[in-house]
Design a protein around this ligand. Sequence first.
Ligand code: ATP
Length: 927
Amino acid sequence: MNPVLASVMEPPPVKLAPEQPPFALRPEEVESAWQTNLEEGLSAAEVLERRRIYGPNQLPPGKRDSAILRFLLQLHQPLVYILIAAGLITLVLKDWVDALVILGVVLVNAIIGFLQESKAIRALDSLSKTLTTEARVVRDGEQLEIPSEELVPGDLVLLQSGDRVPADLRLVHVRDLQADDAALTGESLPASKTVDPLPPSTGLADRSNQAFCSSLITYGTARGVVVATGKETEIGRISELMAATTDLTTPLTAKIEKFSRVLLIAILLLAAVTCAVGVWHGQTLVESFKAAVALAVGAIPEGLPAAVTILLAIGVSRMAKRRAIIRKLPAVETLGSVTVICSDKTGTLTQNQMTVRHIFAGGEHYHVTGDGFALEGEVRLENQPLDPTDLPPPLRETLLAGLLCNDARLELGGERITVAGDPTEGALIASAAKIGMQHDAMLEMYPRLDAIAFESQHQYMATLHRHGQRRLLFLKGAVERVLPLCQKQLSSEGNKQDFDAERVLAEAHNYAARGMRVLAFAMREEPCLGIECEEPLVRETLSTGLVFVGLQAMIDPPRAEAAASIAKVQHAGIAVKMITGDHALTAATIADLLGIEGERDPAGKLRALTGHQVSEIADADLPAVANSCAVFARVSPEQKLRLVRALQASGNIVAMTGDGVNDAPALKQANIGVAMGITGTEVSKEAAHVVLTDDNFSTIESAVEEGRSVFDNLTKFIVWTLPTNLGEGLVILVATMLGITLPILPVQILWINMTTAVLLGLMLAFEPKEPGIMNRQPRDPKTPILTRILLGRIVLVGLLLLAGSFGLFEWSLSQGQSPEAARTVAVNVFVIASMFYLLNCRSLAHSIFGLGLFSNPWIWVGCLLTILLQLIYTYVPIMQTCFHSAPIRPIDWLAILIVSIVVHLVVEFEKMSIDLWYRWHPAAPRP
Ligand code: ATP
């Protein structure tokens, strides 16, 4: 049929329209009302059809302040008030051109600020979009992970603790499910969920059988049917709640705000004095007032707030390029001051490429060959491969337990086998495959009846299976958790015998001391008759009649780049702590391999404290322990929180990684909470300041390095910009005090400030990292940005600018030049000397020649444009009308150049002498 005709004849899309709300229906009724299947989910064809009808599962974009409002807010700054007032009064004095220029500058400044802020917001927004959420669904009977935009009503979704609910769901199966619906209901405590139907009149907050889009699952697991997507969801309907907030304030911008207010008062006072002195010198009120205006506009660093925001935003995008996504802007600043990095082990410091190497079962040690998750390899006893058809029962059950008590899947991704799910479980599938146990075939022979998912705080997982007339329970987990639950052990003949827990523990220790992760396996077998078979698993009765079957020990090699990164941060004065859920010995061995520095025991091994030991240390003593010890093992999320607090109590700035749902409080408490982009739960990402897209420790190190560099560039900008304001303020002040003609007029001051801030100052944002940035000690956030040395430099350059511009102005007049030409010389002194001083500011401590002249090409672009603009300012007639400028002689340019070079050389000499002083006084702390 003609496709056009076909599309015309196609029935219009029909949305599902159940008569009752989903929470009032029973699960089976939900199944038929949403035309889905509670076991198999939707079919691929049905999904396509529904996507056509319902569109993607996207929330409408959040509302934010309108552009006009954001533009007007640019004017809402104390320093801008002065400019507006000055402009308006100049207007009243009928000084049209000056008034226009002053108000024009206010406008241009607001436009630049607005554009920069919008750019910063856009950059932050697009970063948050790169962190898309994934949803786990069952379609055509298969479990899949898909981007949550692709969900359609009727989809069967799986939830587990740490997930963000991807759409509105009617729950059809729950196990201990608790969800935090605060975003929707305002209820701060997590709500327990059930599957029972509720009366149709039930209010939103009481719909306990629903999970709502955007809520966070804080505990348990569940299955639910999607009943609403996108803007049809409860959160989508009240999208005002989702007002997008990209907060651009940071501790530094807040400090600058405060500084501006103090400056405002100081400038007003000085302006009043200037005015009074002018009148006293016998000038007219209007003239004196003009001098006061000049002083005010000169001393105001107009560009500073906008420049700081844009510098921070540039830092954010640089960090994103190095795979650290900044979620909260203040983190950019804080990263540079980090003194301790607390990192987990598995996946961050190690490769998370688990491979089972040893099995201990029935009193025998088995060796497993093969690499990674590859299925090739053998299980050997005394170097002889085993016959898969005649395996000793404990070995068989250990491998079977590992295979069945398992939620992972191995997938062939290109050349390599990769794991979907927990790599620890992937390794167990691979080890079982090496004696011919296939995952799918075994699951068919032993269908799963129920499961208790792995949660970090319990450190075990259990599953229940049917096999003929028997019910089998398998349990796997941390050795210390599993062994106390076991009552018997499986003998090499397959009988139950007395459990020798001490022997098993000793074997587990041996493996752990070699850096291996050890899991213990146990099982229980019981008859399964009729209704009993349906009984669900409960934690309380797990241990009844439990039989220990064996241990599997796996290697997880350290990441190749981790040792180098650790060495680098330790060299930079940052301590590294390993805080892991794994065994103390495993952790200490890996930490040793990675070169982590910390307290050692008499045998020379790194001292590792367990969470239990930490819990016995009093709050007052913990800071000392937390500082000296570098490895903390079997640590629970609450203990992580205590450790962060203890480290902070001794003055540390702490970066802490976390991935689990319960890590959120520790991540929030840390100065920099770091979440894992790949393995981390949504809850942890939400709480974190930074998300690593590659889960890699080295990325934290890069982010710290970038953080230091951003702070350097901010400081450089401030140190560069303030002398100009100081110099301008001083020129006006001195001229008024002496009662002579002003060497620069208000409009000229504004010209200087605007052109240099944009064309010169901002180029510092592109300054590459200084050499040796990671050889310095961390910056103490309590020390002011401007140290005494830098303040001294600002005053020095301010005075030099005063002397240079004043001197050349007077010299020019004495040569018979017009006041306009003499002022043009003074303006050019400010601009060209700022340009030469910019070169000094490329490094706060080193000489520019050591940096490489062209390592920041933008500086040269800025300089060229500045020179061009100054030529236009000096020689183009329209500029002469607007800015009262006049052509100047070549000899004037030469004099300007000489003054500028002198400024540059004096600052270089000052830097050099300070450097020499510190070399002679190595003990003196460098600020
Ligand atoms: P890190 O905190 O450095 O990421 P980790 O992965 O060992 O280390 P957890 O995930 O909290 O931390 O695991 C704690 C312990 O629980 C592990 O050492 C292991 O003994 C056990 N374990 C880990 N994964 C599983 C699992 N899927 N099933 C059962 N037990 C597990």
